[in-house]
Design a protein around this ligand. Structure first.
Ligand SMILES: [Zn+2]
Length: 496
């Protein structure tokens, strides 16, 4: 057996000011290719890790042209997209495969295409009309016809934070192998409802997504080979942004449609629970100050700077950190401000030196009103790091991460991590590698919405959501949608 395995992943925030060139793909200067890609992902708890394991179990020859994944940011540069899609299509053209296993995102928007994944699959099918294709997708997929029409089986994550990337690819890959052996004939039904669930309300530990995802899993008892409910990625001004469903069955299209409709009806019925209510920043901080300090064995009080998480692309805004410093919160750590220039400034003075410098507020954000200001801090350079670490898990265990050159500035009250590549704090090792022990902190400021829960959710004593300033406003009111299909809830459809 001969299998093509490849990864092309990007969650595109069309409101983000952060560019997406080829160099952003990969944990270093660009994607990995061939044996280097195989070596980097073999044995990891990632989608590629699962595909590689399945292929090796089958004794298959693996061809892996490229593994390209980038943190969220604005539309992917055309050059970058053509390079990645081109590498995959080149090996498809050479031919001789029994199956194709793709680890894609589902919310990739390029300069030229609003459905980057559908375009890739359309190109593959134009070259090779027959070879079965398995696609594993993120829960934030904004689904299009082309993704379903040009694939054999499509399956998506059931957890947010995403701790089942491995399981999802394994599910898709196993169905593909059965299809190759002629044991099943997968058929798919997909659909969507006009709603944009808010990211802060999408967690799979909370109602209603918890119950919806549990129902997806239980559908295997009703005859589904795979059932997926995508909450969608709302910070994308594209036609099909929002919630969708795909169900795969063994040759029974009407069953797939029935199960799809059940999931869509339930999600639509729960739409009000997907709306997020904001609290003013000063109220949030007052609440944080009133919480008893953690006792021995208790974890930190987490302050979520959720406006400006990695998925907003920036990690550049300073409103929440400035308020933490102004209010005098003590024994705190903040992860992180993205500012490569400030990092170099701190490196130049060296560990142990005192430094006064300006951090963040460097990125113009034309798509949202208001101004993001730099923040001047004074502190001691506590840590200088290359910024590499491997995820401890449960999210993408063993996968190498790269924050770029990174420093910690200790103001005496707050340890501030400043990094040079975007990494969301979803793994304990991003702190440990910088010499910060989050369990010893009273407060931990995180630029994250839901993903931080993967590594820290069970450890936090309390969580306070802090509305700062950023590309992704929580109530959509600051964003201008021109391309998403209308009407859509909650932008213009009333509740019930
Ligand atoms: Zn996602």
């Amino acid at each position: 057996m001969r299998l093509l395995i490849a990864m092309m992943k990007h969650e595109t925030n069309t409101f983000s000011p952060v560019p997406t060139p080829l160099a952003r793909f990969g944990h270093g200067p660009g994607p990995l290719y061939g044996d280097a890609a195989l070596k980097a992902y073999r044995g990891t708890g990632s989608g590629l890790g699962a595909y590689i394991e399945l292929a090796e179990r089958e004794g298959a020859e693996i061809v892996m042209p490229i593994a390209a994944g980038a943190p969220p940011s604005r539309r992917v540069d055309n050059d970058a997209y053509e390079h990645i899609a081109g590498k995959i299509c080149d090996v498809v053209r050479a031919g001789g495969f029994d199956g194709i296993m793709l680890d894609l995102h589902g919310a990739m928007v390029t300069e030229a295409y609003e459905d980057g994944e559908g375009e890739l699959l359309r190109r593959i099918r134009a070259i090779d009309a027959k070879t079965p294709i398995a696609v594993s997708l993120d829960m934030h997929t904004n689904l299009y016809d082309a993704m379903i029409d040009n694939a054999t089986v499509v399956a998506g994550y059931r957890t947010y934070p995403h701790i089942d990337t491995y399981d999802t690819a394994k599910r898709a890959g196993e169905i593909l192998l059965k299809a190759i052996r002629g044991e099943v004939k997968p058929v798919m039904a997909w659909g969507n409802v006009p709603m944009l669930p808010h990211v802060m309300r999408q967690g799979s530990d909370d109602f209603p997504n918890k119950q919806l995802q549990e129902r997806c899993a239980a559908m295997s008892k009703d005859g589904a080979l795979s059932a997926t409910l995508f909450v969608g990625f709302p910070h994308a001004d594209i036609h099909n942004a929002g919630l969708s469903v795909v169900v795969v069955t063994d040759g029974d299209k009407s069953l797939a449609e029935k199960l799809r409709d059940e999931l869509l009806d339930r999600a639509w019925g729960d739409r009000e629970a997907f709306v997020y209510k904001l609290e003013a920043l000063n109220e949030s901080l007052a609440r944080a100050k009133s919480i008893e300090p953690p006792k021995s064995g208790e974890g930190p009080i987490v302050l979520l700077d959720h406006y400006d998480n990695c998925a907003s692309g920036g990690m550049d805004t300073t409103a929440v950190l400035a308020a933490i410093l102004r209010e005098g919160l003590d024994n705190a750590a903040a992860f992180a401000i993205f500012d490569p220039e400030a990092v170099q400034q701190a490196i130049a003075v060296g560990v142990g030196a005192e430094v006064t410098m300006s951090i963040g507020g460097k990125m113009a954000m034309p798509q949202i009103p208001g101004e993001s200001r730099p923040l001047t801090i004074t502190g001691t350079v506590k840590t200088i790091s290359g910024g590499w670490f491997r995820n401890k898990g449960p999210s993408s265990r063993g996968v190498q991460m790269d924050m770029g050159p990174s420093v910690v500035i200790d103001t005496g009250k707050v340890e501030i991590a400043v990094i040079s590549r975007h990494v969301e704090p979803n793994d304990l090792n991003c702190f440990y590698t910088l010499g910060i022990d989050p369990m010893q902190k009273r407060y931990l400021m995180l630029k994250s919405r839901i993903h931080w829960r993967a590594g820290l959710g069970s450890l936090a004593k309390a969580v306070v959501e802090c509305a700062g300033h950023g590309v992704c406003t929580s109530d959509y009111s600051q964003l201008t949608f021109n391309n998403v299909r209308r009407p859509i809830y909650p932008l213009d459809l009333p509740s019930r």
